[in-house]
Ligand binder design. Structure first.
Ligand SMILES: [Zn+2]
Length: 259
């Protein structure tokens, strides 16, 4: 069987010294592919390389390349907007399940994340979602999102790009220390259930609890930084029978009463 064709492209958003967005460039193994969706004017001010956002695009099917690039550009635009909102509100914080999350922490998570847009089908992600996030306390966080998932959130049905704002802030919630700790608490509690009863972690009340936590943090922080978000109806994940997020012990207690 022939190997799966795969093309890696890097889509980068560029900013001037004042932090204003200049445009995108995309580069593949064949070299610079050019600027889109608009050209950088010849008299553009000097760029600030510290502000550049790069997104890796990995597609197996060459037919997905153009759409994946569009998705990457939408993602850069949303990340750029959220970075600006966080920077404008440096002293805001929210408390989720007793843990403080500051705008500075979310900003640090944003700067410390390598984003990837892929055409990996959602069936290959463990969590029923459109991507996967990996918090790394000692290195670079990784967040991969399926291009069709992004284009769904980027749909014009969402006013003011609110679907994309929700998506990016939700992912950033997973990529904080507190978000990761809540995942570990839930995973550990799931592991403590008898093997005969616990089933898979994905999906479980525990994994849904982790999603509910990310949604709560996303909604609370968006209110603090005056960023409108809209999450798709029916996808506001709460663990079965609970108003989430809840202490994982509560899930354990409910489960154990049925053993
Ligand atoms: Zn999530």
């Amino acid at each position: 069987m022939a190997s799966i064709p795969e093309d890696t492209i890097v889509c980068t958003g560029h900013y001037d010294e004042g932090g204003d967005f200049l445009g995108f460039s995309t580069v593949s193994s064949s070299g610079v592919e050019g600027w889109s969706p608009r050209n950088i004017p010849p008299d553009a001010p000097g760029e600030n390389p510290d502000l550049a956002i790069s997104i890796e695009i990995v597609v197996r099917n060459p037919n997905n390349k153009q759409s994946a690039k569009q998705a990457a550009q939408r993602l850069i635009t949303a990340i750029s907007r959220i970075r600006a909102k966080l920077s404008e509100n440096p002293n805001k914080f929210v408390i989720i399940k007793g843990t403080i999350f500051t705008t500075a922490q979310i900003l640090t998570s944003l700067e410390n994340t390598q984003w990837t847009v892929s055409d990996r089908p959602p069936s290959e992600y463990k969590n029923e979602g459109v991507g996967s996030s990996n918090y790394d306390p000692n290195g670079t966080n990784a967040d991969e999102i399926n291009f069709e998932g992004i284009l769904g959130y980027a749909h014009p049905n969402y006013p003011d790009d609110e679907g994309m704002s929700a998506l990016v802030l939700h992912e950033l919630a997973h990529l904080t220390e507190g978000g990761y700790n809540f995942f570990v608490q839930n995973y550990t509690k799931w592991q403590s259930e008898p093997a005969a009863h616990r089933g898979d972690f994905y999906p479980s009340d525990y994994s849904r609890n982790v999603e509910a936590f990310a949604n709560d943090l996303m909604h609370a922080m968006s209110a603090e930084i005056s960023l409108d978000v809209e999450y798709p109806a029916g996808q506001l994940v709460t663990p079965g029978g609970y108003t989430g997020p809840v202490d994982p012990q509560q899930i354990y207690n409910t489960h154990s009463s049925g053993w």
